[in-house]
Design a protein around this ligand. Structure first.
Ligand code: ZN
Length: 121
C-alpha cells in the first residue's frame, strides 16, 4: 500500500524530534525524558519513562508551527492549542494516545480529539 504523497521538506534534525500525541508539541526525546510533556504530563506521565514516551509520542508528524503567543494566535485557536505552552507544535500528528490515557481523559470529562485531523468540526 503506497499512497502518493507530496514530499515534505524536512530538516536534518527533524528526524530526532517527537510530537506528543495529545497536544502535538514537538520536542526531542531527551526533553520528553527530562521534563515530560509541558502540557499534558499530568495525564501522560512520560517523564523518566522512555517506554511511555515511545507510545505517547510519535515521529510521524507533519509540519511545525512556532507558537509564541498561544493565547492570541489564530493559528493556536485553529489548532485548538490555545491553553498550551509556547513552543513548536506539529500541524498534524498520526496515531492515537494509548487506551489508558484516553480512559483517563474520559474520567476527567475531556473528549479526546486525535490530532490527525480525521475528526472535522
Ligand atoms: Zn502533550
Amino acid at each position: 500500500m503506497s499512497q502518493p504523497q507530496a514530499s515534505i521538506p524536512t530538516q536534518p534534525r527533524a528526524k530526532q524530534l517527537r510530537a506528543c500525541l495529545l497536544c502535538s508539541i514537538v520536542q526531542t526525546p531527551a526533553d520528553f525524558r527530562k521534563h515530560g510533556c509541558p502540557n499534558c504530563e499530568e495525564i501522560m506521565q512520560m517523564k523518566g519513562y522512555p517506554d511511555r514516551i515511545s507510545v505517547c509520542t510519535t515521529t510521524y508528524f507533519e509540519g511545525m508551527i512556532a507558537m509564541i503567543d498561544p493565547e492570541h494566535s489564530w493559528v493556536a485557536r485553529w489548532q485548538r492549542t490555545a491553553k498550551y505552552v509556547r513552543g513548536m507544535y506539529a500541524v498534524r500528528v498520526r496515531g492515537r494516545v494509548p487506551d489508558d490515557v484516553e480512559a483517563e481523559l474520559e474520567s476527567r470529562g475531556i473528549k479526546y480529539r486525535p490530532r490527525d485531523q480525521t475528526d472535522m468540526d
